[in-house]
Design a protein around this ligand. Sequence first.
Ligand SMILES: Nc1nc2c(ncn2[C@@H]2O[C@H](COP(=O)(O)OP(=O)(O)OP(=O)(O)O)[C@@H](O)[C@H]2O)c(=O)[nH]1
Ligand SMILES: [Mg+2]
Length: 333
Amino acid sequence: MGEEMAARPPAGDHTEAELDLNTLDEALLPVGHRSGFVAVVGRPNVGKSTLMNAYLGQKVAIVSPKPQTTRFRQLGVLTMDRCQVVFVDTPGYHRPLDKLGEYMVETTAKAIPDADLVLFMADVSQPPTEEDQLLAERIRLDRRGIPVILALNKADLLGPKDVSERIQAFRALLATADWTLLSATRGDNRDALLEKIIAALPEGPRFYPADQVTDTRVRDLAGELIREQALVFLHQEVPHALAVSVEEYKERAADLTYVKAVLWVERDSQKGIVIGRGGQMLKRIGEAARQELEEELGGRFFLDLTVKVLANWRERTDELRRLGYAVSGERDR
Ligand SMILES: Nc1nc2c(ncn2[C@@H]2O[C@H](COP(=O)(O)OP(=O)(O)OP(=O)(O)O)[C@@H](O)[C@H]2O)c(=O)[nH]1
Ligand SMILES: [Mg+2]
């Protein structure tokens, strides 16, 4: 199935509008049509993937309360009649502790000079951290005149008396950047930020067909959705040591997809935790993942999950490559 995921049709009867969008030939794009790549960067857990998914109205990138959830560069294409915004969701910027971390940070760093706009996301409910400062420094060095917007997220968690002090502290990181205080989950200022993003993009044609929402293959998204559910149930070091590879993805019937996936961990003890007593943990993860796949991708799914040990995979370039984390290059599955 190497297909990329198409945009979910809007709810209700929008057939006419959809047709218009899909058949609009480049020459017919409205005067002043804008387009461009928006690198969504920030330290882990600030809400980058949440915001991109909210703009797209569907889950293209997985989300979890645990830091370092996103490991790949993930595109989210938002097409409107007047613009096409290509969000580039990136892994959280941090001080890497292993080769996987180096790959993640490199992925983020590479997205910055390639972008038309950098969206620096931060968690405004906490003071700036060293990671925020390191990233701001990197942006100052690498952006080469590219505009930056500071998206100060999680405003819903910010007490009113801290607002002005916190805004000042984050603005000090990138003094010339425009900024918006928002809540990606509650929606406050989300539309206002989108308008700022669109206004900052150059005029230009579409990069992707109007009905394409990402460049992630469906089978890779399935692997990510399985990992997302594993992150819900697993704690401490296990989520970080976990990788998921999809070995088979087959439509067995019109309405039934078979997915065979391996959950890789680094040690026997972690394997025991992921399987759980009497297989209970793996069963819970599998059941939750099946529901998630059915909700996000539609149709029924049959999941065949196994847990295997790949000693120290986060430190081994060859194994990282095999799992799709191609160091110094793009994803090469
Ligand atoms: N209260 C609150 N929580 C939020 C908001 N935005 C995101 N979150 C939560 O923050 C957590 C992290 O969200 P993600 O979207 O995975 O964050 P991320 O920046 O993509 O994280 P990494 O992929 O690890 O870099 C999740 O539990 C979200 O539900 C917000 O505006 N308010
Ligand atoms: Mg993320």
